[in-house]
Design a protein around this ligand. Structure first.
Ligand SMILES: NC(=O)C1=CN([C@@H]2O[C@H](COP(=O)(O)OP(=O)(O)OC[C@H]3O[C@@H](n4cnc5c(N)ncnc54)[C@H](OP(=O)(O)O)[C@@H]3O)[C@@H](O)[C@H]2O)C=CC1
Ligand SMILES: O=C(O)C1=N[C@H](C(=O)O)C[C@H](O)C1
Length: 244
């Protein structure tokens, strides 16, 4: 049995993760932690793995505290950048622990990012649209940022998508992430959705995924909890864990 602690346990994702861990035949939920709880060996209560779904402003400090307490970490919280990822990689190496951080644990989203990366060099234009519930605090989504970064890297020296826009005072063309336009929609009724639009003269390809419900993230989260033990260092994204 794997002893698991959940940080952000009262949040939308945290409550879903607690239930998924309780229902998993090979896991024990040993701690539900939230705002104001110190993260140390006492509060982690024998956990081998801590799962963090909190907020971008606190997740980095949480991960460092958990690693210092000798516990491996699975992170779903967004807000990571190259610098904060490098800090976690170093801390994981220093403490001999393991961390998996993924912007999206839905298997469909992991595959969309992979397919988009593969397709990107074959199209003149690529744009990303992410659509979420209006209670989300960050925009664009971590998934959209990572998608755009992977698309841009896969396109290498190819020119950016053509765009004759000369005036856009209201930002209608979206955010540019590594030269790729990313558009964020916030709409009551939605949960988490992403489209990658790829265009060439006379043709279009749309790669889309829909997380209709937070249950969509649970197989990926449980997979990461099982995979993180003994893995070593930092793994970013679920691709390697899924073997794609
Ligand atoms: N990787 C993935 O697959 C997914 C990632 N996410 C990401 O996960 C994160 C959480 O999303 P969601 O559950 O919707 O957000 P919520 O706001 O519902 O949950 C966040 C929880 O973290 C708590 N929290 C805030 N600060 C701390 C702290 N210092 N220590 C412990 N707990 C704290 C909040 O408490 P309080 O409300 O009292 O402040 C709240 O209960 C976001 O970054 C989101 O983008 C979401 C879905 C899937
Ligand atoms: O806040 C959310 O809901 C989600 N956050 C993650 C992100 O920002 O990419 C993953 C998913 O999109 C749901």
């Amino acid at each position: 049995m794997i002893n698991v602690a959940v940080i952000g346990a009262q949040g939308r994702m945290g409550t879903t993760v607690c239930s998924a861990v309780e229902d998993a035949p090979d896991m024990n939920l040993v701690a539900r932690l939230d705002v104001g709880d110190t993260l140390d060996t006492g509060s982690l209560n024998g956990a081998e793995v801590a799962v963090d779904f909190t907020v971008p402003s606190v997740t980095e400090a949480n991960v460092h505290a958990v690693l210092e307490a000798g516990v491996d970490v699975v992170v779903g919280t967004t807000g990571w950048n190259e610098e904060t990822l490098a800090g976690v990689r170093t801390k994981a190496e220093e403490t001999g622990r393991s961390v998996i951080i993924a912007p999206n644990y839905a298997l469909s989203a992991v595959l969309v990012m992979s397919f988009a990366e593969k397709a990107a060099p074959y199209f003149e234009s690529v744009e990303v649209i992410e659509m979420h519930h209006p209670d989300k605090v960050d925009a664009p989504s971590g998934t959209a940022k990572t998608t755009a970064q992977r698309v841009a890297a896969a396109r290498g020296d190819l020119p950016e998508s053509p765009d004759a826009t000369e005036t856009d005072p209201a930002g209608a063309r979206g955010a540019k992430i590594d030269g790729v336009s990313v558009h964020a929609v916030r709409l009551r009724g939605l949960n988490a959705h992403e489209e990658v639009l790829l265009g060439n003269p006379g043709e279009q390809m749309v790669i889309r995924q829909d997380s209709f419900d937070r249950s969509s993230f649970m197989p990926g989260v449980l997979l990461a909890v099982r995979a993180v033990i003994g893995r070593g260092g930092l793994t970013y994204g679920l691709d390697e864990v899924m073997g794609i």
